[in-house]
Design a protein around this ligand. Structure first.
Ligand code: NAD
Length: 385
């Protein structure tokens, strides 16, 4: 019997130039905004001016890199101290996740550790978040429509997620023009993150027909436009399709499972502080091949094998393409996008046992279509080195 759930942001507004509506849209939710952003001051100035034109008082909170517990704590104090009634996350996944975490913790008692699993006390968040608007300026994470916020803990070498249905944004405002300024390397790594988030939910252990539809279409967008956005950053059609791919990836990941790429990338992101998208990119073609080989060997009737062939067809444009050809297409794309090897982020074979042990217990690994053995994961890491 089919049974599934699909949850997303309350409202999604997409389109080139839609950032111009931000003042009136924000005014529907509040008058005192905490705006979380990356460190670049200049990028957030037009947003702050637009909010001011509508009489919205803004407090800017800049977050350097991925938010850690300290950044979130400071942001919550700021939001409470300034009596903010609205939080706006403006930037890449890091700025959006910082805003999302601050918005929910500003209304709930205690601190992030009370609500985090494994490393924290695992309580449920019960009080609705402050209204949260997400405005992405990268095209990769889809965090504008997801219910989690990734928080880094560099002192422990791990990344954790604060998670609750109450964290779904009130509004996702997606303007592809905001991504024009992304340099090629960031276009490449964030775009590969989007593609991974479209592939892993499609082959995961808990597929969902709504997610399937979103993934099929999203993969087409990324296959058609990622290389072009990398080569010509001002190509609106390509940027538009990458923003759509990112949005669709977020819809997919919030409503299905992920897999081995995300399990390994989450662990190595925590251990080496390497960019999430670049890690996903490097691992994606290798895990794609490892999963198909493992299924052919141990479970040749596995339904995900047909899905891998379908992905290969979508990526290559050849409906007869094999999963192996799909993996080669991804590998070639990584080469064209100049995706760095894992060695460049400091991984060596001495780290393999720790990475494998942590990845095997990562929640994303539970979604992988087939359980990969330790030697198979070792071969993946060797291939990505
Ligand atoms: P990011 O937010 O860390 O940004 C990377 C860099 O790009 C930063 O220096 C930022 O200032 C810069 N940048 C952002 N927009 C720019 C623009 N338009 N022009 C030029 N530079 C720009 O990177 P990201 O890949 O968007 O986000 C990564 C984070 O998101 C990681 O912590 C990852 O774990 C998390 N994530 C969260 C979810 C979720 O659902 N919550 C999903 C996937 C990933």
């Amino acid at each position: 019997m089919l049974s599934f759930e699909f949850a997303t942001a309350t409202r999604v507004i997409f389109g080139a130039g839609t950032i111009n509506k931000v003042g009136s849209l924000a005014a529907e939710s509040g008058w005192r905004a905490l705006v979380t952003s990356g460190f670049d001051l200049e990028r957030s100035q037009p947003l702050l001016r637009a909010l001011a034109e509508f009489g919205i008082v803004s407090t800017l909170f800049r977050v350097a890199g991925e938010p850690d517990l300290e950044a979130v704590r400071t942001g919550v104090e700021l939001a409470r101290g300034q009596s903010c009634d609205l939080v706006i996350g403006f930037g890449g996944g890091s700025a959006i996740d910082a805003g999302k975490a601050i918005a929910i913790l500003a209304t709930n008692p205690g601190e992030a550790l009370d609500y985090l699993d494994v490393i924290g006390r695992g309580q449920s968040l019960r009080v609705p978040s402050l209204p949260f608007m997400a405005i992405p300026t990268t095209a990769g994470t889809g965090s504008e429509v997801t219910r989690n916020a990734v928080i880094s803990m560099p002192e422990k070498g791990i990344k954790v997620s604060l998670r609750s249905p109450l964290m779904l944004p009130r509004l996702a405002l997606i303007d592809p023009e905001l991504t024009y300024s992304l340099p090629p390397a960031l276009t490449a790594s964030t775009g590969m993150d989007a593609l991974t988030q479209l592939i892993e939910p499609f082959v995961c252990k808990q597929p969902n027909p709504l997610v399937d539809a979103v993934c099929r279409e999203g993969m087409r967008f990324a296959a058609r436009s990622l290389k072009q956005a990398f080569l010509v950053g001002s190509d609106l059609a390509a940027r538009q399709e990458m923003s759509l791919a990112s949005l669709f990836g977020g819809l997919a990941l919030a409503n299905a499972k992920l897999g081995a790429v995300h399990a390994l990338a989450a662990v190595m992101g925590g251990m080496f502080g390497a960019p999430h998208g670049a890690l996903c990119a490097r691992l994606l073609p290798i895990v794609f091949l490892a999963n198909t080989q493992a299924m052919k060997l141990r479970q040749p009737d596995h339904p995900a094998l047909g899905r891998y062939a379908e992905i290969a067809g979508i990526l290559t444009g050849d409906p007869e393409a094999s999963p192996e050809q799909g993996a080669s297409w991804l590998d070639e794309l990584c080469r064209e996008l100049q995706i760095p090897t894992l060695r460049e982020y400091g991984l060596t074979s001495a780290n393999f046992p720790e990475v494998i042990e942590k990845a095997l217990s990562a929640s994303s690994m539970l979604g992988n279509p087939i359980q990969l053995a330790e030697d198979e994961l070792r071969a993946v890491l060797e291939g990505a080195l």
